[in-house]
Design a binder for this molecule. Structure first.
Ligand SMILES: C[S@@+](CC[C@H](N)C(=O)[O-])C[C@H]1O[C@@H](n2cnc3c(N)ncnc32)[C@H](O)[C@@H]1O
Length: 262
Protein backbone atom coordinates (compact mmCIF):
# COMPACT_ATOMS: atom_id res chain seq x y z
CA UNK A 1 0.00 0.00 0.00
CA UNK A 2 1.14 3.51 -0.72
CA UNK A 3 1.04 5.64 2.41
CA UNK A 4 0.30 9.38 2.52
CA UNK A 5 -2.34 8.95 -0.18
CA UNK A 6 -6.13 9.11 -0.48
CA UNK A 7 -7.29 6.39 -2.86
CA UNK A 8 -10.03 7.71 -5.11
CA UNK A 9 -12.27 4.64 -4.87
CA UNK A 10 -14.81 2.82 -2.72
CA UNK A 11 -13.16 2.10 0.63
CA UNK A 12 -14.04 -1.60 0.19
CA UNK A 13 -11.62 -1.71 -2.73
CA UNK A 14 -8.85 0.02 -0.76
CA UNK A 15 -9.33 -2.30 2.20
CA UNK A 16 -9.33 -5.39 -0.04
CA UNK A 17 -5.68 -4.54 -0.85
CA UNK A 18 -4.68 -4.30 2.82
CA UNK A 19 -3.29 -7.29 4.72
CA UNK A 20 -4.89 -8.49 7.98
CA UNK A 21 -3.82 -6.72 11.20
CA UNK A 22 -2.39 -3.71 9.39
CA UNK A 23 -3.95 -0.47 10.68
CA UNK A 24 -3.40 1.04 14.15
CA UNK A 25 -6.24 3.55 14.20
CA UNK A 26 -9.29 4.61 12.20
CA UNK A 27 -11.17 7.83 12.63
CA UNK A 28 -14.06 8.44 10.28
CA UNK A 29 -17.50 9.79 9.71
CA UNK A 30 -19.53 7.69 7.26
CA UNK A 31 -22.25 9.11 5.01
CA UNK A 32 -25.04 8.24 7.45
CA UNK A 33 -28.75 7.96 6.73
CA UNK A 34 -28.40 9.77 3.39
CA UNK A 35 -28.54 13.06 5.30
CA UNK A 36 -26.38 14.58 2.64
CA UNK A 37 -26.00 13.53 -0.92
CA UNK A 38 -22.14 13.62 -1.23
CA UNK A 39 -22.31 13.57 -5.02
CA UNK A 40 -24.69 10.61 -4.91
CA UNK A 41 -22.46 7.91 -3.39
CA UNK A 42 -23.69 5.28 -0.96
CA UNK A 43 -21.89 2.74 1.19
CA UNK A 44 -22.27 -0.89 2.23
CA UNK A 45 -22.10 -0.70 5.99
CA UNK A 46 -21.90 -4.36 7.01
CA UNK A 47 -19.19 -5.27 4.52
CA UNK A 48 -17.18 -2.22 5.55
CA UNK A 49 -17.46 -3.01 9.26
CA UNK A 50 -16.22 -6.58 8.66
CA UNK A 51 -13.30 -5.36 6.54
CA UNK A 52 -12.39 -2.87 9.25
CA UNK A 53 -12.24 -5.68 11.79
CA UNK A 54 -9.94 -7.69 9.52
CA UNK A 55 -7.47 -4.88 8.79
CA UNK A 56 -7.22 -3.54 12.35
CA UNK A 57 -4.25 -4.59 14.44
CA UNK A 58 -4.95 -6.30 17.72
CA UNK A 59 -5.46 -3.43 20.18
CA UNK A 60 -6.34 -1.06 17.32
CA UNK A 61 -9.15 1.43 17.72
CA UNK A 62 -11.89 2.70 15.39
CA UNK A 63 -13.60 6.00 16.21
CA UNK A 64 -16.91 6.06 14.30
CA UNK A 65 -18.56 9.50 14.34
CA UNK A 66 -22.30 9.31 13.57
CA UNK A 67 -25.75 10.68 14.28
CA UNK A 68 -29.25 9.76 13.11
CA UNK A 69 -31.53 11.42 10.61
CA UNK A 70 -35.14 12.03 11.62
CA UNK A 71 -37.47 10.35 9.15
CA UNK A 72 -41.28 10.48 9.43
CA UNK A 73 -40.96 12.08 12.84
CA UNK A 74 -38.63 9.45 14.33
CA UNK A 75 -34.87 9.25 14.67
CA UNK A 76 -33.71 6.27 12.64
CA UNK A 77 -31.59 4.62 15.33
CA UNK A 78 -29.04 3.71 12.64
CA UNK A 79 -26.13 4.69 14.89
CA UNK A 80 -27.20 2.22 17.59
CA UNK A 81 -27.78 -0.52 15.02
CA UNK A 82 -24.30 0.06 13.63
CA UNK A 83 -22.73 0.04 17.11
CA UNK A 84 -24.38 -3.30 17.90
CA UNK A 85 -23.28 -4.74 14.57
CA UNK A 86 -19.66 -3.77 15.29
CA UNK A 87 -19.99 -5.69 18.57
CA UNK A 88 -21.51 -8.73 16.85
CA UNK A 89 -18.53 -9.08 14.52
CA UNK A 90 -15.96 -8.99 17.30
CA UNK A 91 -15.18 -5.40 18.19
CA UNK A 92 -15.50 -4.19 21.76
CA UNK A 93 -17.65 -1.14 22.28
CA UNK A 94 -14.92 0.42 24.36
CA UNK A 95 -16.60 3.78 24.96
CA UNK A 96 -19.59 5.76 23.70
CA UNK A 97 -18.23 9.26 23.55
CA UNK A 98 -20.13 12.42 22.68
CA UNK A 99 -19.07 15.09 20.21
CA UNK A 100 -20.90 18.09 21.66
CA UNK A 101 -21.40 21.04 19.32
CA UNK A 102 -21.26 24.31 21.22
CA UNK A 103 -23.02 26.14 18.39
CA UNK A 104 -25.28 23.75 16.41
CA UNK A 105 -27.71 24.79 13.70
CA UNK A 106 -30.90 25.86 15.51
CA UNK A 107 -33.90 23.64 14.79
CA UNK A 108 -37.61 24.29 14.74
CA UNK A 109 -40.25 21.81 15.90
CA UNK A 110 -41.10 20.02 19.12
CA UNK A 111 -37.69 18.72 20.16
CA UNK A 112 -34.65 20.32 21.74
CA UNK A 113 -31.81 21.52 19.55
CA UNK A 114 -29.63 18.68 18.30
CA UNK A 115 -26.34 19.35 20.06
CA UNK A 116 -24.35 16.15 19.64
CA UNK A 117 -23.11 13.23 17.57
CA UNK A 118 -21.81 9.92 18.87
CA UNK A 119 -18.15 9.05 18.75
CA UNK A 120 -18.30 5.27 19.18
CA UNK A 121 -14.90 3.94 20.17
CA UNK A 122 -14.55 0.32 19.00
CA UNK A 123 -11.45 -1.68 19.80
CA UNK A 124 -10.08 -5.02 18.62
CA UNK A 125 -9.33 -6.41 22.06
CA UNK A 126 -8.12 -3.99 24.67
CA UNK A 127 -6.77 -0.72 23.19
CA UNK A 128 -2.98 -0.95 22.95
CA UNK A 129 -2.52 2.81 23.35
CA UNK A 130 -4.29 5.26 25.63
CA UNK A 131 -2.77 8.71 26.13
CA UNK A 132 -5.56 10.40 28.04
CA UNK A 133 -6.18 14.11 27.81
CA UNK A 134 -5.99 15.51 31.32
CA UNK A 135 -6.97 18.63 33.22
CA UNK A 136 -5.74 20.02 36.54
CA UNK A 137 -7.42 18.59 39.64
CA UNK A 138 -9.21 21.30 41.60
CA UNK A 139 -8.54 19.89 45.07
CA UNK A 140 -5.38 18.14 46.24
CA UNK A 141 -4.86 15.74 49.15
CA UNK A 142 -6.87 12.66 50.17
CA UNK A 143 -10.32 11.91 48.78
CA UNK A 144 -13.03 9.45 49.81
CA UNK A 145 -13.65 7.11 46.87
CA UNK A 146 -16.87 5.14 46.97
CA UNK A 147 -17.23 1.63 45.55
CA UNK A 148 -20.62 0.01 45.56
CA UNK A 149 -20.55 -3.70 46.36
CA UNK A 150 -22.84 -6.17 44.58
CA UNK A 151 -25.28 -6.14 47.52
CA UNK A 152 -25.48 -2.33 47.29
CA UNK A 153 -23.16 -1.67 50.26
CA UNK A 154 -20.84 1.33 50.06
CA UNK A 155 -17.13 0.87 50.80
CA UNK A 156 -15.08 3.99 51.31
CA UNK A 157 -11.44 4.10 50.40
CA UNK A 158 -8.98 6.94 50.99
CA UNK A 159 -7.25 7.76 47.71
CA UNK A 160 -4.59 10.39 47.08
CA UNK A 161 -5.69 12.81 44.40
CA UNK A 162 -3.25 13.40 41.57
CA UNK A 163 -2.48 16.87 40.19
CA UNK A 164 -4.04 15.98 36.84
CA UNK A 165 -7.14 13.92 36.09
CA UNK A 166 -8.58 12.43 32.91
CA UNK A 167 -11.22 14.58 31.26
CA UNK A 168 -14.76 13.23 30.76
CA UNK A 169 -15.93 11.45 27.63
CA UNK A 170 -18.01 14.36 26.32
CA UNK A 171 -15.79 16.49 24.08
CA UNK A 172 -16.89 20.04 23.30
CA UNK A 173 -16.20 21.76 19.98
CA UNK A 174 -17.22 24.96 18.27
CA UNK A 175 -17.88 24.49 14.58
CA UNK A 176 -18.56 26.41 11.40
CA UNK A 177 -16.85 28.73 8.94
CA UNK A 178 -13.34 29.71 10.03
CA UNK A 179 -13.62 27.63 13.24
CA UNK A 180 -13.69 23.95 12.22
CA UNK A 181 -10.61 24.70 10.12
CA UNK A 182 -8.87 27.78 8.78
CA UNK A 183 -8.46 26.07 5.37
CA UNK A 184 -11.05 27.82 3.21
CA UNK A 185 -10.94 25.13 0.54
CA UNK A 186 -12.26 22.50 3.00
CA UNK A 187 -15.64 24.22 3.13
CA UNK A 188 -16.34 23.03 -0.41
CA UNK A 189 -17.24 19.77 1.36
CA UNK A 190 -20.59 19.79 3.20
CA UNK A 191 -19.64 17.90 6.38
CA UNK A 192 -16.13 18.46 7.66
CA UNK A 193 -14.77 17.39 11.04
CA UNK A 194 -13.60 20.14 13.38
CA UNK A 195 -9.83 19.64 13.25
CA UNK A 196 -9.53 19.68 17.04
CA UNK A 197 -11.74 16.58 17.28
CA UNK A 198 -9.31 14.64 15.10
CA UNK A 199 -6.31 16.03 17.01
CA UNK A 200 -7.80 14.84 20.31
CA UNK A 201 -8.70 11.36 19.09
CA UNK A 202 -5.41 10.72 17.27
CA UNK A 203 -3.42 11.88 20.29
CA UNK A 204 -5.46 9.66 22.60
CA UNK A 205 -5.31 6.36 20.71
CA UNK A 206 -2.02 6.47 18.77
CA UNK A 207 1.69 7.19 19.07
CA UNK A 208 3.99 8.81 16.51
CA UNK A 209 4.52 6.71 13.35
CA UNK A 210 1.35 4.66 13.90
CA UNK A 211 -0.72 4.07 10.76
CA UNK A 212 -4.05 5.94 10.61
CA UNK A 213 -6.79 5.18 8.06
CA UNK A 214 -9.92 7.16 7.15
CA UNK A 215 -12.22 5.20 4.80
CA UNK A 216 -14.39 8.29 4.14
CA UNK A 217 -11.77 10.98 3.82
CA UNK A 218 -13.99 13.81 2.51
CA UNK A 219 -12.08 17.11 2.61
CA UNK A 220 -8.96 15.46 4.07
CA UNK A 221 -9.15 16.48 7.73
CA UNK A 222 -7.79 13.15 8.98
CA UNK A 223 -4.93 13.24 6.46
CA UNK A 224 -3.92 16.75 7.46
CA UNK A 225 -3.99 16.11 11.21
CA UNK A 226 -2.22 12.75 10.91
CA UNK A 227 0.52 14.47 8.89
CA UNK A 228 0.85 17.32 11.40
CA UNK A 229 1.02 14.90 14.32
CA UNK A 230 3.66 12.78 12.60
CA UNK A 231 1.47 9.73 12.06
CA UNK A 232 1.51 7.70 8.84
CA UNK A 233 -1.82 7.73 7.03
CA UNK A 234 -3.95 6.29 4.22
CA UNK A 235 -7.41 7.36 3.06
CA UNK A 236 -10.23 6.42 0.72
CA UNK A 237 -12.71 8.81 -0.84
CA UNK A 238 -15.08 7.84 -3.60
CA UNK A 239 -15.61 11.33 -4.99
CA UNK A 240 -12.88 12.67 -7.29
CA UNK A 241 -13.90 16.23 -6.49
CA UNK A 242 -13.34 15.70 -2.75
CA UNK A 243 -10.02 13.92 -3.29
CA UNK A 244 -8.85 16.95 -5.24
CA UNK A 245 -9.95 19.25 -2.40
CA UNK A 246 -8.08 17.17 0.17
CA UNK A 247 -4.92 17.04 -1.97
CA UNK A 248 -4.99 20.79 -2.50
CA UNK A 249 -5.59 21.34 1.22
CA UNK A 250 -2.71 19.14 2.29
CA UNK A 251 -0.26 20.53 -0.28
CA UNK A 252 -0.03 23.81 1.57
CA UNK A 253 1.41 21.98 4.58
CA UNK A 254 3.61 19.38 2.90
CA UNK A 255 5.13 21.75 0.33
CA UNK A 256 5.99 24.34 2.97
CA UNK A 257 7.07 21.79 5.57
CA UNK A 258 4.50 23.16 7.98
CA UNK A 259 3.97 21.12 11.11
CA UNK A 260 1.72 23.38 13.15
CA UNK A 261 -2.01 23.99 12.90
CA UNK A 262 -2.73 27.28 11.14
C1 LIG B 1 -19.19 12.63 6.33
S1 LIG B 1 -18.18 12.75 4.91
C2 LIG B 1 -16.56 12.74 5.61
C3 LIG B 1 -16.04 14.11 5.91
C4 LIG B 1 -14.66 14.13 6.53
N1 LIG B 1 -14.68 13.59 7.87
C5 LIG B 1 -14.05 15.55 6.56
O1 LIG B 1 -13.58 16.01 7.60
O2 LIG B 1 -14.06 16.19 5.50
C6 LIG B 1 -18.33 11.17 4.16
C7 LIG B 1 -17.57 10.99 2.85
O3 LIG B 1 -17.65 9.62 2.43
C8 LIG B 1 -17.59 9.59 1.01
N2 LIG B 1 -18.05 8.24 0.61
C9 LIG B 1 -19.33 7.79 0.49
N3 LIG B 1 -19.36 6.49 0.20
C10 LIG B 1 -18.05 6.09 0.13
C11 LIG B 1 -17.41 4.83 -0.09
N4 LIG B 1 -18.13 3.74 -0.32
N5 LIG B 1 -16.05 4.76 -0.05
C12 LIG B 1 -15.32 5.90 0.18
N6 LIG B 1 -15.87 7.11 0.39
C13 LIG B 1 -17.21 7.20 0.38
C14 LIG B 1 -18.45 10.76 0.59
O4 LIG B 1 -18.13 11.19 -0.72
C15 LIG B 1 -18.11 11.81 1.67
O5 LIG B 1 -17.10 12.69 1.24
Amino acid sequence: MEEGKTYNEDCLITMSKMPDNYIDFVITSPPYDNIRNYNGYSFEFEKIAKELFRIMKSGGVVVWVVADATIDGSETGTSFKQALFFKEIGFRLHDTMIYYKNNPMPQTGNRYHQHFEYMFVFSKGSPKTFNPITEPTKYQGLANMKNRGQNGSLDYEKVKRTKEKKVGNVFFYSIGGGISTKDKIAYNHPAIFPEKLVVDQINTWTNENDLVYDPFMGSGTTAKIAYLLNRRWIGSEISKEYVEISEERLKEYTENNLFTLI
